[in-house]
Ligand binder design. Structure first.
Ligand code: ADP
Ligand code: AMP
Length: 212
């Protein structure tokens, strides 16, 4: 089993890079945010419990998140965990379960960059592809390149919720920077760069040959 953790504020570009790296490096991309949104969409019990927290930009309780994560992992996979762990207690629970990250990649961006990226983020309601209306534009006006359906804005990408998500990040998630740095497995990347440059840096850090 191999685990990489992508750490950083909402809007830093973790999901964008996780999808690309997963394809090139043969990883399974697990975003707890995506998994939770799927439960909400399917109207499951877990989804109903998670929704009220997500709508406010608060963290969903550990037990729910861990349950959904575990049910998507097997003991011999290669995983990129995107958006998990989000608290020290989640990191500790992860270790108790024998899930030890090899490397933690910290996506460094200032708040204003994260907020600008999120405000122009649009997603495909069908395939989940992520676009940015300025920097990663769809070919046709607000339509998914693949599915040709109208892109939507996530409910929690509205400015007032975004600011709260950033505050929650600083309070609950940022302490993981020291936690993983003390373990000697944290690698910082400058995530203000363009998507291709960031991917090159990730491939270099991980020693994966760049066959784009
Ligand atoms: P996260 O998963 O960290 O919340 P996303 O990967 O969804 O972030 O990216 C947030 C927004 O920023 C999306 O609209 C995405 O298209 C855009 N984006 C991602 N990486 C970059 C980049 N390197 N430069 C500019 N925009 C980016
Ligand atoms: P994301 O897609 O990573 O931006 O996450 C969207 C929302 O899902 C967050 O604002 C939280 O409400 C919830 N969420 C995602 N991952 C976690 C996690 N590891 N712990 C708690 N809540 C989470």
């Amino acid at each position: 089993m191999e685990i990489l953790v992508f750490l950083g504020p909402p809007g830093a570009g973790k999901g964008t890079q996780a999808k690309r790296l997963a394809e090139i490096g043969g990883y399974t991309h697990l975003s707890t945010g995506d998994l939770l949104r799927e439960e909400v969409k399917r109207g499951t019990d877990l989804g109903r419990q998670a929704k009220s927290y997500m709508d406010k930009g608060e963290l969903v309780p550990d037990d729910l998140v861990i349950k959904i994560l575990i049910s998507n992992m097997s003991s011999d996979g290669k995983y990129i965990l995107d958006g998990f762990p989000r608290t020290i207690s989640q990191a500790e629970r992860m270790e108790e379960l024998g899930l030890r990250p090899e490397r933690v990649l910290l996506f460094n961006v200032p708040e204003e960059v994260a907020v600008e990226r999120i405000s122009y983020r649009r997603v495909c309601p069908k395939c989940g592809a992520v676009y940015h209306l300025k920097y990663m534009k769809p070919k046709e006006d607000e339509l998914c390149d693949r599915c040709k359906v109208k892109l939507i804005q996530r409910d929690d990408d509205r400015e007032e919720v975004v600011r709260n998500r950033y505050r929650v990040y600083l309070e609950k998630t940022a302490p993981l920077i020291k936690y993983y740095s003390d373990k000697g497995i944290l690698v910082e990347i400058d995530a203000t760069k363009g998507p291709d440059e960031i991917l090159s840096e990730l491939l270099k850090i991980l020693g994966i040959s760049d066959e784009r």
